[in-house]
Design a protein around this ligand. Sequence first.
Ligand code: DX5
Ligand code: ZN
Length: 224
Amino acid sequence: MLKSARNLIIAPSLLAANFSRLDREIQRANRSGAEWIHLDIMDGHFVPNLSFGPEMAKTLRPMTFLFMDVHLMCECPEILIDPFHAAGAESITVHAELGFRVKDLLWQIKSRNVKTGLAVNPPTSMEVARPYLKQIDLLLIMTVNPGFGGQKFIPEMLPKIQTAAKWRQEKGLKFRIEVDGGINPNTGSQCTQAGADTLVAGSSLFSKPNLRAAVSHLRKASTH
Ligand code: DX5
Ligand code: ZN
Protein backbone atom coordinates (compact mmCIF):
# COMPACT_ATOMS: atom_id res chain seq x y z
CA MET A 1 0.00 0.00 0.00
CA LEU A 2 1.20 3.52 -0.76
CA LYS A 3 2.50 5.27 2.30
CA SER A 4 3.58 8.49 0.68
CA ALA A 5 2.28 10.67 -2.12
CA ARG A 6 5.78 10.60 -3.62
CA ASN A 7 5.43 6.93 -4.56
CA LEU A 8 2.35 7.59 -6.65
CA ILE A 9 2.65 8.41 -10.34
CA ILE A 10 -0.23 10.06 -12.15
CA ALA A 11 -0.33 9.75 -15.92
CA PRO A 12 -2.97 11.85 -17.71
CA SER A 13 -4.06 10.11 -20.92
CA LEU A 14 -3.81 12.40 -23.93
CA LEU A 15 -6.69 10.56 -25.59
CA ALA A 16 -9.09 12.64 -23.51
CA ALA A 17 -7.47 15.96 -24.42
CA ASN A 18 -9.09 18.48 -26.73
CA PHE A 19 -7.29 17.69 -30.02
CA SER A 20 -8.18 21.06 -31.52
CA ARG A 21 -6.09 22.75 -28.80
CA LEU A 22 -3.28 20.26 -28.29
CA ASP A 23 -0.57 22.82 -27.54
CA ARG A 24 -2.72 24.25 -24.76
CA GLU A 25 -3.59 20.78 -23.45
CA ILE A 26 0.10 19.85 -23.24
CA GLN A 27 0.82 23.06 -21.36
CA ARG A 28 -2.01 22.18 -18.95
CA ALA A 29 -0.47 18.72 -18.44
CA ASN A 30 2.99 20.24 -17.93
CA ARG A 31 1.65 22.47 -15.16
CA SER A 32 -0.65 19.84 -13.62
CA GLY A 33 1.75 18.25 -11.15
CA ALA A 34 1.46 14.89 -12.96
CA GLU A 35 4.67 12.93 -13.51
CA TRP A 36 3.89 11.12 -16.78
CA ILE A 37 1.89 11.64 -19.96
CA HIS A 38 0.17 8.48 -21.26
CA LEU A 39 -0.19 7.98 -25.02
CA ASP A 40 -2.82 5.45 -26.15
CA ILE A 41 -1.93 4.01 -29.54
CA MET A 42 -4.82 2.18 -31.24
CA ASP A 43 -4.55 0.41 -34.57
CA GLY A 44 -8.15 -0.45 -35.49
CA HIS A 45 -7.34 -4.19 -35.26
CA PHE A 46 -6.30 -5.01 -31.71
CA VAL A 47 -8.99 -2.56 -30.58
CA PRO A 48 -11.94 -1.22 -32.59
CA ASN A 49 -10.64 2.34 -32.75
CA LEU A 50 -7.81 4.44 -34.17
CA SER A 51 -5.90 7.13 -32.33
CA PHE A 52 -2.50 8.48 -33.36
CA GLY A 53 1.00 7.32 -34.16
CA PRO A 54 4.70 8.06 -33.57
CA GLU A 55 4.48 11.42 -35.38
CA MET A 56 2.30 12.65 -32.55
CA ALA A 57 4.88 11.57 -29.95
CA LYS A 58 7.62 13.26 -31.98
CA THR A 59 5.62 16.49 -32.15
CA LEU A 60 4.90 16.46 -28.43
CA ARG A 61 8.40 15.53 -27.28
CA PRO A 62 9.91 19.04 -27.37
CA MET A 63 6.75 20.46 -25.78
CA THR A 64 6.90 18.50 -22.54
CA PHE A 65 9.35 17.29 -19.90
CA LEU A 66 6.82 14.68 -18.70
CA PHE A 67 7.87 11.02 -18.88
CA MET A 68 6.31 9.67 -22.08
CA ASP A 69 4.43 6.42 -21.36
CA VAL A 70 3.37 4.74 -24.61
CA HIS A 71 0.63 2.09 -24.51
CA LEU A 72 0.49 0.08 -27.74
CA MET A 73 -2.96 -1.44 -28.24
CA CYS A 74 -1.77 -2.83 -31.54
CA GLU A 75 -1.73 -6.15 -33.34
CA CYS A 76 1.77 -5.59 -34.68
CA PRO A 77 3.89 -3.64 -32.16
CA GLU A 78 7.05 -4.98 -33.81
CA ILE A 79 6.87 -2.20 -36.42
CA LEU A 80 6.17 0.56 -33.88
CA ILE A 81 8.86 0.11 -31.22
CA ASP A 82 11.65 1.80 -33.18
CA PRO A 83 9.55 4.73 -34.38
CA PHE A 84 8.28 5.41 -30.84
CA HIS A 85 11.78 5.04 -29.42
CA ALA A 86 13.06 7.52 -32.00
CA ALA A 87 10.19 9.86 -31.10
CA GLY A 88 11.31 9.93 -27.46
CA ALA A 89 9.11 7.36 -25.71
CA GLU A 90 10.45 6.50 -22.25
CA SER A 91 8.32 3.43 -21.66
CA ILE A 92 6.60 1.20 -24.20
CA THR A 93 3.87 -1.23 -23.17
CA VAL A 94 2.70 -4.18 -25.27
CA HIS A 95 -0.20 -6.53 -24.59
CA ALA A 96 0.09 -9.98 -23.01
CA GLU A 97 -2.65 -11.18 -25.42
CA LEU A 98 -0.05 -11.27 -28.23
CA GLY A 99 1.04 -14.67 -26.91
CA PHE A 100 4.35 -16.20 -27.95
CA ARG A 101 5.57 -12.88 -29.43
CA VAL A 102 5.60 -11.16 -26.04
CA LYS A 103 9.04 -12.38 -24.98
CA ASP A 104 10.77 -10.99 -28.08
CA LEU A 105 8.76 -7.78 -27.97
CA LEU A 106 9.87 -7.10 -24.39
CA TRP A 107 13.44 -7.85 -25.37
CA GLN A 108 13.16 -5.50 -28.35
CA ILE A 109 11.92 -2.69 -26.07
CA LYS A 110 14.56 -3.29 -23.39
CA SER A 111 17.38 -3.38 -25.93
CA ARG A 112 16.44 0.19 -26.96
CA ASN A 113 17.00 1.24 -23.33
CA VAL A 114 13.32 2.04 -22.92
CA LYS A 115 11.26 0.89 -19.89
CA THR A 116 9.31 -2.25 -20.71
CA GLY A 117 5.61 -2.57 -20.00
CA LEU A 118 3.19 -5.48 -20.26
CA ALA A 119 -0.59 -4.94 -20.32
CA VAL A 120 -3.33 -7.40 -19.37
CA ASN A 121 -6.88 -6.96 -20.67
CA PRO A 122 -9.88 -7.55 -18.37
CA PRO A 123 -10.73 -11.06 -19.68
CA THR A 124 -7.07 -12.19 -19.60
CA SER A 125 -5.80 -14.17 -16.64
CA MET A 126 -2.87 -12.79 -14.68
CA GLU A 127 -1.19 -16.16 -15.24
CA VAL A 128 -0.48 -15.00 -18.81
CA ALA A 129 1.74 -12.20 -17.46
CA ARG A 130 3.44 -14.27 -14.79
CA PRO A 131 6.33 -15.67 -16.90
CA TYR A 132 7.48 -12.14 -17.80
CA LEU A 133 7.55 -10.45 -14.39
CA LYS A 134 11.35 -10.41 -14.19
CA GLN A 135 11.57 -8.83 -17.64
CA ILE A 136 9.29 -5.85 -17.07
CA ASP A 137 9.38 -2.41 -15.47
CA LEU A 138 5.64 -1.90 -15.62
CA LEU A 139 2.61 -4.17 -15.37
CA LEU A 140 -0.48 -2.46 -16.79
CA ILE A 141 -3.75 -3.89 -15.53
CA MET A 142 -6.58 -2.71 -17.79
CA THR A 143 -9.61 -1.70 -15.74
CA VAL A 144 -11.82 -1.30 -18.84
CA ASN A 145 -11.84 -3.16 -22.15
CA PRO A 146 -9.44 -1.06 -24.22
CA GLY A 147 -10.48 0.99 -27.21
CA PHE A 148 -12.28 4.01 -25.87
CA GLY A 149 -11.88 6.62 -23.18
CA GLY A 150 -14.69 7.48 -20.79
CA GLN A 151 -15.75 3.91 -19.91
CA LYS A 152 -16.83 2.63 -16.51
CA PHE A 153 -14.23 1.09 -14.19
CA ILE A 154 -14.58 -2.72 -13.81
CA PRO A 155 -14.28 -3.43 -10.04
CA GLU A 156 -13.66 -7.14 -10.68
CA MET A 157 -10.12 -6.11 -11.71
CA LEU A 158 -9.18 -5.18 -8.12
CA PRO A 159 -8.14 -8.75 -7.16
CA LYS A 160 -5.76 -8.76 -10.14
CA ILE A 161 -3.99 -5.73 -8.67
CA GLN A 162 -3.72 -7.56 -5.34
CA THR A 163 -2.25 -10.59 -7.10
CA ALA A 164 0.32 -8.41 -8.90
CA ALA A 165 1.32 -6.72 -5.63
CA LYS A 166 1.64 -10.11 -3.92
CA TRP A 167 3.82 -11.54 -6.69
CA ARG A 168 6.00 -8.45 -6.72
CA GLN A 169 6.60 -8.67 -2.99
CA GLU A 170 7.16 -12.44 -2.95
CA LYS A 171 9.69 -12.25 -5.79
CA GLY A 172 11.37 -9.06 -4.54
CA LEU A 173 10.72 -7.32 -7.88
CA LYS A 174 10.29 -3.62 -8.54
CA PHE A 175 7.93 -3.32 -11.51
CA ARG A 176 5.31 -0.61 -11.18
CA ILE A 177 1.63 -1.58 -11.12
CA GLU A 178 -0.32 0.70 -13.43
CA VAL A 179 -4.09 0.83 -13.90
CA ASP A 180 -5.86 2.28 -16.92
CA GLY A 181 -9.54 2.91 -17.59
CA GLY A 182 -12.29 4.61 -15.61
CA ILE A 183 -9.87 6.01 -13.04
CA ASN A 184 -11.16 8.89 -10.89
CA PRO A 185 -10.57 9.79 -7.22
CA ASN A 186 -12.96 7.06 -6.06
CA THR A 187 -11.70 4.19 -8.25
CA GLY A 188 -8.09 5.42 -8.04
CA SER A 189 -8.28 5.13 -4.27
CA GLN A 190 -9.60 1.56 -4.55
CA CYS A 191 -6.75 0.67 -6.92
CA THR A 192 -3.97 2.08 -4.74
CA GLN A 193 -5.46 0.32 -1.71
CA ALA A 194 -5.20 -2.90 -3.72
CA GLY A 195 -1.55 -2.18 -4.58
CA ALA A 196 -1.45 0.01 -7.71
CA ASP A 197 1.15 2.81 -7.73
CA THR A 198 0.64 4.34 -11.19
CA LEU A 199 -2.72 5.77 -12.27
CA VAL A 200 -3.67 6.54 -15.86
CA ALA A 201 -6.66 8.84 -16.08
CA GLY A 202 -8.12 10.46 -19.18
CA SER A 203 -11.62 11.86 -19.01
CA SER A 204 -11.70 12.42 -15.24
CA LEU A 205 -8.71 14.79 -15.60
CA PHE A 206 -8.90 16.51 -18.99
CA SER A 207 -12.63 17.21 -18.64
CA LYS A 208 -11.89 19.48 -15.68
CA PRO A 209 -11.17 23.16 -16.36
CA ASN A 210 -8.47 23.06 -13.66
CA LEU A 211 -6.28 20.09 -14.50
CA ARG A 212 -3.84 20.84 -11.69
CA ALA A 213 -6.64 20.72 -9.11
CA ALA A 214 -7.96 17.47 -10.64
CA VAL A 215 -4.51 15.81 -10.43
CA SER A 216 -4.10 16.99 -6.87
CA HIS A 217 -7.56 15.67 -5.93
CA LEU A 218 -6.78 12.27 -7.50
CA ARG A 219 -3.44 12.15 -5.72
CA LYS A 220 -4.90 13.02 -2.31
CA ALA A 221 -7.76 10.55 -2.64
CA SER A 222 -5.37 7.77 -3.73
CA THR A 223 -2.74 8.22 -1.03
CA HIS A 224 -3.40 6.25 2.13
C1 DX5 B 1 -8.54 2.74 -22.95
C2 DX5 B 1 -7.23 3.53 -22.88
C3 DX5 B 1 -7.17 4.43 -21.70
C4 DX5 B 1 -8.11 5.54 -21.73
C5 DX5 B 1 -8.40 5.94 -20.33
O1 DX5 B 1 -8.63 2.12 -24.15
O2 DX5 B 1 -6.14 2.64 -22.80
O3 DX5 B 1 -5.86 4.94 -21.46
O4 DX5 B 1 -7.63 6.64 -22.46
O5 DX5 B 1 -9.39 6.87 -20.39
P1 DX5 B 1 -10.45 7.10 -19.25
O6 DX5 B 1 -9.67 7.56 -18.04
O7 DX5 B 1 -11.33 8.15 -19.82
O8 DX5 B 1 -11.13 5.79 -18.98
ZN1 ZN C 1 -3.80 3.31 -22.02
